[in-house]
Design a protein around this ligand. Sequence first.
Ligand SMILES: [Zn+2]
Length: 291
Amino acid sequence: MTANAITNALTIDVEDYFQVSAFAPHIARDEWDSKECRVERNVARILELLDHAQVKATFFTLGWIAERYPQLIRRIVQEGHELASHGYGHERASDQNWDSFFTDVNLAKILLEDLTGVEVRGYRAPSFSIGKDNQWAFDCLLKAGYRYSSSIYPIAHDHYGMPDAPRFAYEARPGLLEIPVTTLRLLGRNFPSSGGGYFRLLPYALSRWMLRRVNQGDGEAGIFYFHPWEIDVDQPRVKGVGAKTRFRHYVNIDRVEGRLKRLLDDFKWGRMDDVFLRRKIAQPQARAALA
Ligand SMILES: [Zn+2]
């Protein structure tokens, strides 16, 4: 890391293992309250890691979690991190209509703000579920008072993605930035380079190389994301899930904490609002492409 290195944004999607979209067919929503919650201890561990590395991050937090763990949410803010919204109930934006999506994102924002007294400016859709077919979601976010979203993944994937979306921050609506999660452009394709399952699957050196290419080749800040359950080796195993889902959820979980420590050391990190809201972003061609 050099003194003038680009600051990347570190983000955590605060939800528990039983709320993961891929488990939705196996765990009904009304069963959530009966599950052993692990999020509190996992977020506490993440806060320790960040404190040790002296890194501030953005926590995209579910309203459902905030209601049950208000002390944890206040601690995130007290320790200097950005509190942002992951919606209330972790329903994909692409499965909702205008009214239900607005209700969900509005409720989450009010809840998080009431708990902490701090303005919540950022939103991330569950499973990056804003794409070309539901751009109206940006109107809901603007109406609810959000300033930015980080909900588009410009890749082709079986559960999400908008491969032809801009790769870097752009004004989705006047006053609302979309800050897509990071991809590496290689051989005419976008490759996922921002954490999650790919960070667990790929060797650390490859993840590091991709983020460096974005910083040095594109000259842009990257976004890295992970979930509290991704550092939780002892989480209860969800039964009855298919081989692909099981592999994606559990692969290399025992390696994540060690890799995160290296990642925190190898790059400069900050909160989404500090990295992206402080600079002027003007990309009229990107806006036109989505209009
Ligand atoms: Zn999520």
